[in-house]
Structures are given as structure tokens and as C-alpha cells.
Design a protein around this ligand. Structure first.
Ligand code: CTP
Ligand code: MG
Length: 227
């Protein structure tokens, strides 16, 4: 079982309000982006990383790759205006078939055991994502009034990585481009092909660092793992 991984890192991190790409902020003295890259650097099943970056971060990210001796980045591609465009730019550089993962650079706490469980599922089925059961009661609202209480047991919060057969993901991205469809994750593009997407249980620690308070949770996860 081997895979390649696309890591979109070309966002602006606006909601983090750090005045720069949030991925360059440090946790425990190491940039968030490097935490994420290290997981794949240290996974023997990972054959290569295609990293999508914003042109304004090129110099700094090249410096970090050298400093932290990240050797698995086979391609650095320019990001696009939307996450989906950044990933499509990266996907266009992938030639062979096999399994491709897409993993947000903003999720540094992903662990190998979950990557392997997901990759295995994608090898068996063609498309697999990971998520965790929703913990909160979920309601639909409109204009400040509850429309419906949604049955929680069927709801999962979906994370990255997501894993696909390369030929399938390319087809899904091509169709999305033709239809001008913009999804909030990669699986939604595959679902539009009526291809069944498997879902496996992920990890509540695998949070996406989005707003400033997420950094407190991140510090706590790091402390817990140091024990
Ligand atoms: N991303 C990307 N290209 C974009 C937008 C986002 O590669 N045009 C990446 C981000 O760098 C991040 C991941 O997609 O690793 C998930 O996006 P998000 O958490 O929304 O990050 P940002 O877009 O950077 O943050 P914000 O939406 O707050 O500006
Ligand atoms: Mg964003």
C-alpha cells in the first residue's frame, strides 16, 4: 500500500487573523505546515507530496523545506483562488494511477494509523473519506428561527485526508470544472459522478486550525502527545 498526497497550503488564513498565512505560525517552535509535512515525510507508505502554495509564500516555504529537511515534496505548484483550484493545479501534475490523498495543511494532527486505514479503504473501494460522529445537537435554521432538528446519529463531521483512485479524482475534477461546480471538499466532486464514497471513522484530534481559539486546542493536543 503506497500513496501520493496533495497538500493544499495556498490559502490566506483570513479567519486566523494572523496577518500572514496561518500555516507559517509556530506550534512548539515549528511551523504548522512543517508539522503536517513531517507526518508524510515519516510515513514509509507515502511516495510523494505535491504542495500547492501561494506565490507570496514561495520563498519562505522553500526555506522551511530546506531547514527541516523535507525531502518528499516532489512538486510545488501555485495555488488558485479557491481551495478546489489549488488542488486541481496539483492534480494536473500527477501522472501515474494509484491512490491519491488530499490533506489540508491546516490539519497537522493527522496520524499514520488513520492515514493507513483510509488508504486501505480507498484501495478496496476507489473513494474513501474520514469523519467523526457529530457530538452537538444539530438544527437547521433560517433567519434566526429553527426550521428542523436534524437526526444526529446519521451526521458525521468530515475531515481530511480524503483518498481516491487517481483516475476517478481526475474525472471528478474535470466534471466539476465543466459544470463550474465548487464543492467544500473533494468527495463532493466524486459524489456528483454517482460514485459511492466510503466513510471510515477518523479522529477528534484531527482538527483544522481555522480561528485563533483553535490554537489553544492545538497546544493541548501537543501537550497530551508529549506525555
Ligand atoms: N487552501 C488552498 N488554496 C486556497 C484556499 C485554501 O490551498 N485558495 C488551503 C489552505 O491553505 C488550507 C486548506 O486549503 O490548508 C483549508 O482551507 P482553510 O482552512 O479555509 O484555510 P484558508 O483558506 O487559508 O483560511 P481562510 O478561509 O480563513 O482564509
Ligand atoms: Mg479558506
Amino acid at each position: 500500500m503506497t500513496y501520493q498526497v496533495i497538500i493544499p497550503a495556498a490559502g490566506l488564513g483570513k479567519r486566523m487573523r494572523a496577518g500572514k498565512n496561518k500555516l507559517l505560525l509556530e506550534l512548539n517552535g515549528v511551523p504548522i505546515l512543517v508539522h503536517t509535512l513531517r507526518v508524510f515525510e515519516e510515513d514509509e507508505a507515502c511516495d510523494g507530496v505535491i504542495l500547492a502554495i501561494h506565490p507570496q509564500d514561495t520563498k519562505e516555504i522553500n526555506r522551511l523545506l530546506q531547514k527541516y529537511q523535507i525531502s518528499k515534496v516532489s512538486d510545488l505548484v501555485p495555488g488558485g483562488d479557491e481551495r478546489q483550484h489549488s488542488i486541481f493545479n496539483a492534480l494536473k501534475t500527477v501522472e501515474a494511477d494509484g491512490i491519491i490523498l488530499v490533506h489540508d495543511a491546516a490539519r497537522p494532527f493527522i496520524q499514520k494509523i488513520h492515514i493507513h486505514r483510509l488508504t486501505q479503504k480507498a484501495e478496496d473501494t476507489g473513494a474513501a473519506i474520514m469523519g467523526v460522529p457529530a457530538k452537538d445537537t444539530m438544527k437547521k435554521q433560517k433567519d434566526g428561527v429553527v426550521v428542523e432538528t436534524v437526526e444526529r446519529s446519521s451526521l458525521w463531521a468530515v475531515q481530511t485526508p480524503q483518498a481516491f483512485r487517481i483516475s476517478l479524482l481526475k474525472k471528478a475534477y474535470q466534471k466539476a470544472e465543466e459544470d463550474k461546480f465548487l464543492g467544500t471538499d473533494d468527495a463532493s466532486l466524486v459524489e456528483r459522478l454517482d460514485f459511492p464514497v466510503s466513510i471510515v471513522e477518523g479522529d477528534y484530534d484531527n482538527i483544522k486550525l481555522t480561528t485563533p481559539e483553535d490554537l489553544y486546542f492545538a497546544e493541548a493536543i501537543i501537550k497530551k502527545r508529549e506525555k
